[in-house]
Ligand binder design. Structure first.
Ligand code: TYM
Length: 323
């Protein structure tokens, strides 16, 4: 069976963009791929974390995977820091990655602006660790949102370069970026992607938002000029809301447009809030039932399985390097 790998950083709270761009597709992939889903805690250290909150955030991301239907009997769920081969491989890749390649990464450029007081070496090197995550497991598919596409491209460059220099070692991974949902935009600014680290919580719907909070955010979401409920490239706000409606409500966009033909934004947003809240309530009911202890056991089991694969691979890599 072919392998798929993906991960999420345990920074703050996850939002519906993380679900629609990534986790939603992971759940389906479990049928056709041997899947590995990582909580990439070492990546998250590239921005400041409060150690106490961080430990809980790590468990919460794993709980989120489980609540959405990632099945630990079929897929490996583990924590990056439990498998030290990730950082070892990242070091080897550091020696063949060019600074100019990392300087081109848009996520680094964005984060360097937002975290001006903490532009650390880890933030710059972040994509190399991501390449190590993927290549360590010979993953052929990497299901991610659009913002990670560039990092997967760099991963391919690194794999190709290593293979050329030291002989065929790594499988070439393909990004899986879905047409819809891969770039959910901010509710307060539909020109920027929905983001965990946005300045205002009005930007995103957290997976743990209470229904009244989510409803308020939706009712206040920015809209475009013109009143029509219609998807169109030059109307990013309504198109974003329609995308969310369609994916969470399991409806075709054209059917939603038909349903709201002639209706105003208030009616449409009320309908959207209902769909979003049904989704949130179902998720939160499952999430809240999962105990920390249960997650810790699943992560330990996942670390043992991922660790066994990683150790085998790193032995090959060391040999190729002459170590
Ligand atoms: P992270 O933690 O920022 O985001 C997790 C996943 O959510 C997707 N995503 C979105 N999708 C749609 N709309 C949005 N507004 C939105 N915001 C985020 C991201 O594309 C991602 O798929 N570098 C990665 C984590 C990572 C990783 C890996 C992923 C580390 N190693 C190896 C895949 C394979 C990141 O920062 O994702």
């Amino acid at each position: 069976m072919k392998r798929a790998f993906s991960g999420i950083q345990p920074t703050n709270i996850l939002h519906i963009g993380n679900y629609l761009g990534a986790i939603k597709n992971w759940v389906e992939l479990q049928n056709d791929y041997a899947c590995i889903f990582c909580v990439v805690d070492q990546h998250a250290l590239t921005v400041k974390q409060d150690p106490k909150e961080f430990s809980q955030n790590i468990l919460n991301v794993a709980k989120t995977y489980l609540a959405f239907g990632i099945d630990p009997n079929r897929s490996i769920i583990f924590r990056q820091s439990d498998v030290p081969e990730h950082t070892e491989l990242a070091w080897y890749f550091n020696t063949i990655t060019k600074i100019a390649e990392l300087e081109r990464m848009t996520q680094f450029k964005d984060k360097a602006v937002r975290h001006k007081d903490n532009i650390n070496l880890g933030l710059f090197d972040y994509p190399v660790l991501m390449a190590a995550d993927i290549l360590l497991y010979d993953a052929e598919l990497v299901p991610v949102g659009e913002d990670q596409f560039q990092h997967v491209e760099l991963t391919r460059t690194i794999a190709e370069r290593f293979n050329k220099l030291f002989g065929k070692t790594f499988v070439m991974p393909e990004p899986l970026v879905k047409k819809h949902g891969a770039r959910i935009m901010g509710l307060d600014d539909p020109k920027k992607k929905m983001s965990k680290s946005a300045a205002s919580p009005a930007n995103y719907i957290s997976l743990l938002d209470k229904p009244d909070v989510a409803t308020k955010k939706i009712m206040r979401a920015v809209t475009d000029s013109g009143a029509e409920i219609k998807f169109s490239a030059d109307r990013p706000a309504i198109s974003n809301l329609l995308t969310i409606y369609s994916l969470l409500g399991n409806l075709e966009i054209k059917d939603i447009e038909k349903q709201y033909a002639g209706a105003g934004y208030a009616e449409f947003k009320t309908g959207l809030a209902k769909v979003v809240n049904n989704f949130l309530i179902e998720f939160q009911n499952k999430f809240l039932k999962i105990k920390d202890e249960e997650v810790k056991e699943i992560l330990a089991d996942g670390a043992a399985k991922a660790g066994a694969l990683a150790r085998k691979k790193i032995i090959d890599v060391r040999k190729k390097l002459g170590l």
